[in-house]
Design a binder for this molecule. Structure first.
Ligand SMILES: *[C@@H]1O[C@H](CO)[C@@H](O)[C@H](O)[C@H]1NC(C)=O
Ligand SMILES: *[C@@H]1O[C@H](CO)[C@@H](O)[C@H](O)[C@H]1NC(C)=O
Ligand SMILES: *[C@@H]1O[C@H](CO)[C@@H](O)[C@H](O)[C@H]1NC(C)=O
Ligand SMILES: *[C@@H]1O[C@H](CO)[C@@H](O)[C@H](O)[C@H]1NC(C)=O
Ligand SMILES: *[C@@H]1O[C@H](CO)[C@@H](O)[C@H](O)[C@H]1NC(C)=O
Ligand SMILES: *[C@@H]1O[C@H](CO)[C@@H](O)[C@H](O)[C@H]1NC(C)=O
Ligand SMILES: *[C@@H]1O[C@H](CO)[C@@H](O)[C@H](O)[C@H]1NC(C)=O
Ligand SMILES: *[C@@H]1O[C@H](CO)[C@@H](O)[C@H](O)[C@H]1NC(C)=O
Length: 909
């Protein structure tokens, strides 16, 4: 969360005026004159000439030499480069242009392990690499149909110490997606569009600006001619421009302030194939616990542990299933990680809270921030200081910045002791026997967000920043909290005073030439190419870019994966607490490959309809293109006050997104679903449907973790030849069979949505509706309704009814819903395991099929259920069978029985 009052006010004013995006007022730095190269200077750049070209069956290498007088447009041209082209697999081509001296920064293998070069033959590969020696340019073509996917001719490559440019031509008005994190249209604008990548705290998720994460991968869709992907493996700050002009046509241009041109071309040719091929490069998502699909509640501003319990109890009373309760920084003592406020969140009471939640089959999640309060009586800091885990100032003292606790030091995730220190803190504080036995953890503020504006930050700048937490306990209500022990009483105590502590000298830092650790002597703060970071200069409001990491690299190059490292380190620490269970770690800041271990929520949105809509497009890109499946936005909105209508719609929308958490900011009104009758009714209905569909969603997640096929499908993924689907960003497929078409107009009860040319069935009424590749308008869509359609041809495994917890849900029998397509046939699958273990005993992976008369279940049947869980199908519902009567349930045939999912079976209709 964010409480920079000035920033919030600026943003609020902007919103009120309808201005596109907040810009923070950054004091100009008198010592740095910004110099921008003129278009002429860039136009005069000489490019490179290829020589010593060596071509083999599966690779091309060459030397690239500056082909004329250096233009030094934004920094110094690098004279000698190398080209490496690898046909790594039949569908993946790797093209790398890098400095011959290997000094330029390259993302460390430990951050992004490179995919294996399987040595495919160029003759059998789907893509073809061609190049021109002088001036050097290259193109990538899809062999099958001759489509030129990437073509750098006409614009010279510029490769300087602090500026790298590569431009490709594209077809006019192309269908380009991805390049997160942003809140821009799903199908990206193709004229005058800029995408900045520089991870930053971004309250109100402004459009056309850099947000919390960097994923330099795009998908380009060319209808029946196929979909391909291009990934630039780079953590450098950058601006990607998509534009066109009469003279130059359409293009996409990378402008980075460092790094190499490390490109992966992914052939597709189906969109879901590109998803898989991207997972092959950056990694596949892990499985998450089954309970992570449960409904979750959080708020910054739950005053004390009693109030947390009250919220849980009030959800029960309102008969709204709550699976996971969260607490924001409220629980901390003086906003310090791994501490509890002794008066408002005393340890004994917190342990009682967690025990009670666990007895009720509910879960608990707490928050961590990266900034470690730099004071001598704070043992987490002291232990970290002694183990030298922090980024260091020039004089060897621990780094200095401002975050929630006040003056903080930044962990250096590269330092050798940082992981063990962090894990040790976990084991102390989150100890199951003596501490807070959390089930999941979220890491916030890890872009990292620094309340200090500039590297010249001093204590005066603390003014206007968040006040230290006040400690007065909330008066005891004197009421018992249903379902909780009777002793929830605040216990006042006094605080320790805070003293500063001296620092140890700087430990030695590694640096050697030729190790890809980054060129020395660059301008760490204001490279001349301006990437238009919306927070100002590179170091504003974050970790100063001149800090050296333990391995000798600079924050200038590694900034964009600081949050990624914190999240992955946290994942290991969670694993050490519960080595056999799948961890749930949710991070605000991300980088390409972060999804290998952890997941993401979309940060500090606002309680406005536009952000309700934005949650759809953000989800679409992250799940299908960035390989982060378990994502979602703060339901009902984080900043500002929501209202019962927006919150009711959002309760329903969020129920069909993977990660489903209601969360609000401290100054916003309370927005738990039970606060309004209308919202509560909407939530009850949506959660019931979500829970009945949970195994279907869990199966879709499992597919993504094993095949890369996304668990959320943009419409064009399933209807690639239908141009009407290419820009759709207000509808999606939950899994690959349930089309969600929410009302997206403010306070409206009408929705116009697109139905592709296929058979669909209304999820709620089971009525059949023939899609005609046209929009359909629905009126009178109440606030407790959301249009959902099952795609004909699908079989959905459901539970016969919902339950209050996922534990109870897993005891319900299955109801299989068969929705035949126009050919009368249908298919689906069900994956079952114990829902939480990393190593599974037996699992089931059941394939369902229906050929018009016979239903069949076959496959792997290894999961037998535990603790009373059901693996029984007690009904199979066939939709649309009786010809002619498609209304309501008239066409429906229900077969009752008891079929055990411990072996295959068939059912005749
Ligand atoms: C391009 O976008 C910039 C920034 O949004 C705007 O100032 C400029 O007017 C736009 N130019 C054109 C030609 O649309
Ligand atoms: C896009 O092209 C237009 C027309 O040539 C130009 O005015 C604008 O500055 C360009 N914008 C970017 C971001 O390149
Ligand atoms: C819980 O419900 C009670 C009774 O409606 C209400 O007075 C109280 O404010 C609620 N508390 C919270 C934290 O929701
Ligand atoms: C970073 O730059 C600032 C401003 O020039 C300077 O005060 C500081 O010592 C530098 N820090 C490091 C770690 O080099
Ligand atoms: C690294 O090599 C460059 C030239 O390649 C040289 O100028 C520089 O001094 C070297 N730096 C170190 C630390 O050896
Ligand atoms: C459906 O309606 C949207 C606007 O609501 C429009 O942009 C789109 O072109 C329409 N699609 C078709 C196929 O008519
Ligand atoms: C949740 O529990 C309540 C109280 O035991 C019960 O009335 C309700 O039916 C349960 N809800 C579901 C969905 O099982
Ligand atoms: C389906 O229902 C609609 C409205 O309820 C009605 O107008 C129509 O005649 C019905 N069609 C069939 C085939 O029953």
């Amino acid at each position: 969360m964010f409480v920079g009052h000035v920033g919030v006010l600026v943003a609020l004013c902007r919103l009120a005026q309808g201005l596109p995006s907040p810009r923070w007022e950054v004091p100009p730095d008198p010592h740095v004159a910004k110099i921008f190269a003129s278009p002429q200077a860039i136009a005069n750049c000489p490019g490179y000439a290829a020589s010593n070209v060596v071509t083999t069956d599966n690779s091309i290498t060459a030397d690239l030499t500056l082909a004329g007088t250096a233009c030094n447009a934004y920094s110094d041209d690098i004279h000698d480069l190398k080209l490496l082209v690898e046909y790594q697999t039949d569908d993946r081509l790797h093209v790398h242009v890098y400095d011959a001296g290997l000094n330029v920064f390259q993302v460390q293998e430990e951050i992004l392990p490179r995919p294996k070069n399987e040595g495919a033959k160029s003759s059998s590969a789907q893509l073809e690499f061609d190049f021109v020696e002088k001036p050097f340019s290259f193109s990538v073509k899809r062999k099958e149909n001759g489509e030129v996917l990437f073509d750098t001719t006409g614009t010279q490559i510029v490769f300087e110490t602090q500026y790298v440019r590569l431009r490709t031509k594209l077809p006019l008005d192309p269908n380009v997606y991805g390049l997160g994190e942003h809140s821009d249209p799903f199908r990206l604008p193709t004229f005058n569009y800029t995408r900045t990548m520089w991870n930053s705290e971004s309250p109100f998720i402004p459009t056309n600006d850099n947000l919390y994460g960097s994923h330099p991968v795009y998908f380009e869709h060319r209808g029946d001619k196929g979909t391909h992907g291009v990934f630039l493996l780079s953590s450098s700050g950058m601006q990607i421009n998509i534009n066109r002009s009469d003279t130059d046509g359409q293009w996409l241009e990378y402008n980075t302030i460092g790094g190499t041109l490390d490109l992966y071309f992914l052939a597709g040719k189906k969109a879901a194939d590109v998803s898989r091929q991207y997972a092959d490069v950056v990694g596949y998502s892990p499985m998450y616990p089954y309970w992570a699909f449960g409904f979750q509640q959080c708020k910054y501003g739950y005053w004390d542990v009693n109030m947390v319990a009250e919220v849980v109890a009030n959800y029960s009373t309102a008969d709204i299933p709550l699976e996971v309760m969260w607490t924001d920084i409220d629980h901390m003592n003086l906003r310090q990680d791994f501490t509890l406020d002794p008066e408002r969140f005393p340890l004994a009471k917190m342990r009682e809270l967690v025990t009670t939640l666990h007895q009720r089959d509910q879960r608990y999640v707490l928050i961590l921030d990266p900034g470690i309060h730099r004071v001598g009586n704070y043992s987490t800091y002291v232990r970290g200081h002694e183990k030298e885990v922090f980024l260091k100032n020039e004089d060897g003292s621990d780094s200095w910045a401002v975050q929630w606790a006040g003056i903080v030091s930044w962990p250096d995730w590269f330092a050798p002791n940082t992981q063990s220190w962090w894990t040790d803190e976990f084991n102390r504080f989150f100890n199951a026997d003596t501490g807070v036995d959390i089930d999941g953890v979220w890491v916030d503020m890890n872009e990292a967000s620094n309340f200090c504006h500039t590297p010249k930050c001093d204590e005066n700048e603390l003014e206007g920043n968040p006040p230290p937490p006040t400690n007065s306990p909330r008066p005891n209500t004197g009421r018992p909290i249903p379902g909780f022990p009777g002793d929830f009483q605040p216990t006042p105590s006094s605080r320790n005073s805070i003293k500063a502590r001296n620092s140890k000298p700087l430990s030695s830092r590694q640096f050697a030439n030729g190790t890809k650790k980054g060129l020395q002597n660059r301008d760490w703060f204001n490279p001349k190419y301006n990437i238009n970071n919306h927070r100002g200069n590179l170091s504003d409001f974050t970790i100063y870019t001149n800090y050296t990491n333990y391995d000798g690299t600079r924050q200038y190059d590694t900034h964009n994966f600081y949050g990624h490292m914190m999240a992955h380190t946290t994942h290991s620490s969670m694993l050490s607490r519960r080595p056999t269970k799948r961890p749930l770690v949710v991070t605000r800041s991300t980088f390409a490959g972060t999804g290998r271990k952890v997941t993401h929520w979309f940060g500090d949105n606002a309680s406005i309809w536009d952000h309700y809509r934005a949650s759809i497009r953000q989800m679409l890109s992250f799940v299908s293109m960035h390989q982060m499946p378990l994502v979602g936005s703060d339901v009902c909105g984080f900043n500002q006050d929501t209202d019962e209508y927006l919150c009711a719609r959002w309760a329903m929308l969020g129920a069909f997104q993977p990660f489903y958490r209601n969360h609000a900011e401290i100054s916003a009104i309370f927005q738990e679903f039970y606060r309004w009758d209308l919202t509560a009714a909407a939530a009850r209905k949506a959660i019931a449907a979500r829970y009945q569909l949970m195994d279907y969603a869990y199966t879709a997640l499992y597919r993504q973790t094993t095949t890369g096929a996304p668990m959320i499908n943009p419409l064009f993924f399933l209807y690639p030849g239908d141009p009407a689907t290419f820009a759709i960003q207000h509808q999606w497929f939950y899994g690959d069979a349930l089309l969600v078409s929410p009302v997206t107009t403010d306070y409206s009860d009408t929705v116009t949505f697109y139905l592709p040319d296929a058979t669909f069935y209304d999820f709620w009424t089971h009525a059949r509706i023939e899609g005609q590749a046209q929009n359909v308008t629905r009126t009178n869509v109440s606030y407790t309704d959301i249009p959902l359609h099952i795609r004909g041809g699908a079989i959905l495994p459901m539970r016969v009814e919902s339950a209050n917890t996922t534990t109870a849900l897993r005891k319900k029998d299955f109801s299989i819903l068969v929705a035949p397509g126009r050919d009368g046939m249908a298919q689906g699958s069900l994956y079952l395991d114990d829902g939480e273990s990393i190593e599974q005993g037996g699992v089931s992976d059941v394939q369902f099929s229906f050929d018009g008369t016979k239903f069949e279940a076959k496959g792997e049947f290894g999961y037998e259920g535990k603790n009373g869980e059901s693996v029984t199908v007690s009904e199979i519902v066939f939709l649309g069978l009786k010809s002619g009567s498609y209304n309501g349930t008239a066409g429906q045939v229900v077969k009752k029985g008891a079929w055990k999912l411990t072996g295959g079976f068939t059912v005749e209709v």
